[in-house]
Design a protein around this ligand. Sequence first.
Ligand code: AMP
Ligand code: MG
Length: 481
Amino acid sequence: MELTNSYTRLPERFYQRTAPKPVRDPSLLVFNHNLAEQLQLDTSLVDDPQRLANLFAGNELFAGSQPLALAYAGHQFGGFSPQLGDGRAHLLGELHDAQGHAFDLQLKGSGPTAFSRGGDGRSALGPALREYIMSEAMHGLKIKTTRSLAVVATGETVRRETPLPGGIVARTARSHLRVGTFQFFAVRRDTDGLRALADYAIARLYPHLQNRQDPYLDLLDAVISAQVELVTEWMRVGFIHGVMNTDNTTISGETIDFGPCAMMSAYDPATVFSSIDHRGRYAFGNQPAIIAWNMARLAETLLPLLDDDEQAAITRAQACISEVPERLDTAWQNMMARKLGLPGANADDDRQLVADLLTHMRQEKLDYTNTFDALTESLTGAHPPDSLTVDWLANWHQRLQAHGLSETTAKSRMRAHNPRVIPRNHHVEAMLDHTVQTRDTERLKTFLRVLRSPYEQTEHTPQFSDPPADGDKNYMTFCGT
Ligand code: AMP
Ligand code: MG
C-alpha cells in the first residue's frame, strides 16, 4: 500500500511541503478497524499497535507519503482572514477505497507549519478524541462527514489555559478543500490558481461536470446542493456545528471540524453552546442562513471563471445564489415532514402540523430526539409523549390517513429519519474525562458501538439516551483542539 498525493500536482503556492514533528512517546488510543478496512490499509499494520502509533503520530511516514500543509483563507465569524491554512495539520496523502475513490489522510495536532502564526501546531488529547467520537456518530447517523482513523496520545504536554495531555487525530476526507481554499486565491486575484483549484475540485469530487459547457457554474451549483443537503441533515438530528466559518465549510459537502460542536437536547432554534459565539451567529436555527451566506462567499470567488465580463458573471452567480434560501427551506420542510412519517411537505396542512409541533416543543422545552423517537414508537402501540396535546396527535393521524399511509409505512419512514440515540453532550463529556484520565477505552468502545447504530435499540442504547438532567443549562464548548 502506497499513499498517493494528488495535491502535489497543483502549483507550489497551494501548499507548503512540511513533515510532521515527531512526538516523544506515541501510544495508540483508538483505531477505526472498519474504516481501515474500507480504505484498504495494509492488514500487516493493523495488528501492530506500536507501528500504528508511530504512523499516526507522524514519527514514521507511510510509504509514498508526501506530507504537506494546505493554504486557505476564510471568513471567521464574518471577518475575513486572507491567510489561515493548516497550522497544525499535515496532509500525508491519499488512501483509496475498493471503488477507487481517493480519501485524504491528514494528521491533526502533528506540529507547526508555515501557517501556524505563533500557534504550537499541537492538539490536546480530549479534543482529538471528541473529533473521533463526533465524526463516528455523524457517520452512524448517515450524515456526510470526515472520519477518524485513529487517535494517538503523544506522551507530551500541550499548554492551553492549563497543561493538558497531547493528542493527534488521523482524519480522512473525500477532500480537505474548503470555501476558504477558493477565497485564498480569489483575494490574491490569482485567477490561474483559482482555475487550477476549480478544475482539481471538479475532477476529484464532481467528475461528471468535467465536460460541461459551464463547468464552474455547475460546480457552484453542485456545492450548493451538497451543502443544502448537509445542513438539512444536521437540522434533522439536532447537530450544532458551532463554528461554520468559510474555512470550515467543505467543497465536498462533508461535515468538518468538530471543535465547539454540540447536540441540541431541548428544542430551541436559539440554542448555542460555543463559548465564543456571543451573538448566536452559529445558533442551531441559524445554520441554514449561514450556509446560504457561505455559498455567496464561494460564488464571489468564482466570478473571474464564470464570464470575462464581470457584470455578466455577477448576474449568473446571483441567479444561482438567490435560490439558496428557498432550496434550504424546501429541503428543511420536507425533512421535517418525513420525521413525522409524511412523504414530504407539499400540502399546507403538513407544514402547519410541523410548525404547531415545533412551537409546542419550544414552549415546553421538549427533547428533540426523544420526542420524535416516542412519536415513532407510538405508531406500533407505545404510549405517545404525554406532553403532546390530544388535538395535535389527532391532526397528525388525520394527515397520515389523508396520505393513505399505513402505520407500518409511516413508522418505517420515521424510523429512518429519527435516531433513537445521539451523542449527547453530557455523555460525550463524561466519556472524554474518563478516557483521558484513565486511558481505559472499554466504555468508549461501548459508546461508539451504540453511536454506530443510532437507529436501533441495542443492548446498551438506553444507557446513553437520557436527556441531560439540567437540560444542558450551563454546558459550554470551546474551539481549542
Ligand atoms: P480551527 O479552529 O481548527 O478551524 O483552526 C482555525 C485556524 O487556526 C487554522 O488555520 C488552524 O490551522 C489554526 N490553528 C488552530 N489551532 C492551532 C495551533 N494549536 N497551532 C497552530 N495553528 C492553529
Ligand atoms: Mg478549521
